[in-house]
Write a protein that binds this ligand. Structure first.
Ligand code: LLP
Length: 450
């Protein structure tokens, strides 16, 4: 059996990695350190008990690899944090949409937060009950609404007046009366990257107070919808509990206003957004938030709903890639060219996101330098990491850590690259849960004239 080496981060002379392991910002609050599930034994690196080299040899690279143990641990941790309050977890499917992972969360008792008909199809394909699904998003089409009405989802999270009109109309056609919630835009700064901040008035999400009051009235007057809740989602990768507490207090204040009009609400939904450590940064103080939420919610008779995505998945996954070339030109710049690219993991290009790079089984001939880890795509934004002091060699494997959330679900075919394979490790066994795409898969959709 491989031995656990908590100081593993030091092996590659990675200063930042060492910091992660040795000086966690607040150990009590760490949800999952990026390299906690990595182990090393006799020069071999294992992820959740399986040698990464073996997976690379059998499945090829680039490949996403996930740990079922880690998904489960995160889910149980959340459940535990909120056990003092009537609450329900709705896994936000967009973070990682593989049907096998949806199925895993279904078995753990999770509900699902979806934003498209496609995600609803995935929930159904995973064998989950659509009745435990809530449907968010600003642009629900008629066909998506019809699909959700037929499937009998738990609740539509309404984001605008015309959307409510459309849902009322489609419910009338189907003779249904679905539960709805109104998404509030509380104009609260989530203090996160601007691209993933969603609760400010300049963001397209939710409605302001005046519009919300009108929506509540329309819902109350309609025979075709039942207003049962209000919701908000102010942003992702939050490091502080304060904006989320402010948002929950705002929801409660709205709830009181609605209830004064004779409508009884059943739930307040605070959305997702709990941050995770990517490099030992201060992360979301879950227990502090849960304690505050408990105080706010208890006595209200309402359920607290949460829609976590990243918290459940980010540190349960890595992207395994092989180095094609080491290129030491361009006035002293050192580029390590990997077979994974921005089409596989777009987070560094899109948000300048930092992912820990882990050289797997470095060889004697490995060269320690400051490297930019880049992909083969024709864009200068095609990088996985910049200026990392690493010991690597051509043909060697790298693990890009914390890639379980918004990795594969944002992958594309840019430069006609086939999307990566996905592997799930469960009880010490690695299982292919998505085969590598082929060029035939890509071309199958294109209509070629005779
Ligand atoms: N609920 C709603 C309505 C959402 O829009 C989102 C994420 C979530 C829940 C889950 O948020 P989480 O717990 O994962 O923070 N691609 C970006 C993240 C985009 C998040 C979009 N909405 C990234 O890679 O950082």
């Amino acid at each position: 059996m491989p031995s656990k080496r908590p100081g593993l981060g030091c092996r590659s002379n990675c200063y930042k990695a060492c910091k992660v392991i040795e000086e966690p910002a607040n150990r009590n609050e760490l949800s999952e350190e990026p390299s906690r599930t990595l182990e090393e034994s006799e020069g071999e690196t294992f992820f959740d008990g399986v040698p990464l080299e073996k997976i690379a040899n059998e499945v090829g690279t680039p490949t996403y690899i996930y740990s079922a143990k880690s998904f489960k641990k995160q889910f149980r941790e959340l459940e535990k944090a909120f056990k003092g309050v009537d609450s329900k977890i709705f896994y936000s499917v967009k973070a990682n949409s593989n049907v096998n992972i949806i199925s895993l969360f279904n078995q753990l008792g999770s509900g699902f937060d979806i934003v498209s008909g496609g995600e609803l199809h995935r929930v159904i394909a995973a064998g989950a009950d659509p009745k435990a699904t809530i449907f968010s998003g600003v642009g629900k089409s008629v066909s998506e609404i019809d699909l959700a009405l037929k499937a009998g989802i738990d609740c539509f999270n309404i984001e605008s007046a015309p959307e409510l009109d459309r849902i009322i109309e489609r419910s009338r056609v189907f003779g249904k009366k679905p539960d709805i919630s109104v998404r509030i835009n509380p104009d609260i700064d989530a203090l996160t990257h601007p691209y993933i901040s969603t609760g400010l008035k300049e963001n397209k999400f939710g409605v302001d107070r005046a519009s919300a009051l009108k929506l509540f009235k329309s819902a109350q007057d309609s025979k075709y919808v039942e207003l049962v809740g209000i919701d908000a989602h102010i942003g992702s990768q939050m490091g502080s509990e304060k904006p989320l507490i402010d948002s929950l207090l705002r929801l409660l204040q709205y709830a009181k206003e609605i209830e004064a009009q004779g409508i009884q609400l059943k739930h307040l939904n605070i959305g997702g957004g709990f941050g995770v450590p990517y490099k030992g940064e201060k992360i979301f103080p879950l227990r502090k938030f849960a304690t505050a939420a408990e105080k706010i919610m208890n006595g209200t008779g309402k359920q607290l709903r949460i829609e976590p995505g990243r918290y459940l998945t980010a540190n349960a996954g890595l992207l395994l890639t092989r180095l094609e070339y080491l290129k030491k030109d361009n006035n002293g710049k050192h580029f390590a060219i990997a077979d994974a690219a921005m089409n596989d993991l777009i987070r560094p290009a899109l948000y300048n996101a930092w992912h820990q790079i882990w050289p797997v089984n470095p060889q004697a001939e490995s060269v320690t330098e400051d490297w930019d880890i880049v992909g083969p795509i024709c864009e200068s934004a095609d990088f996985l990491a910049k200026n990392r002091n690493l010991s690597i060699s051509e043909g060697g494997l790298l693990a890009v850590l914390s890639a379980g959330a918004y990795g594969m679900s944002l992958a594309s075919n840019y430069n006609s690259r086939n999307r990566a394979a996905e592997v799930l490790i469960e009880n010490g066994t690695a299982r292919l849960i998505r085969r590598r795409e082929t060029i035939e898969d890509q071309l199958a959709l294109e209509i070629i004239q005779e």
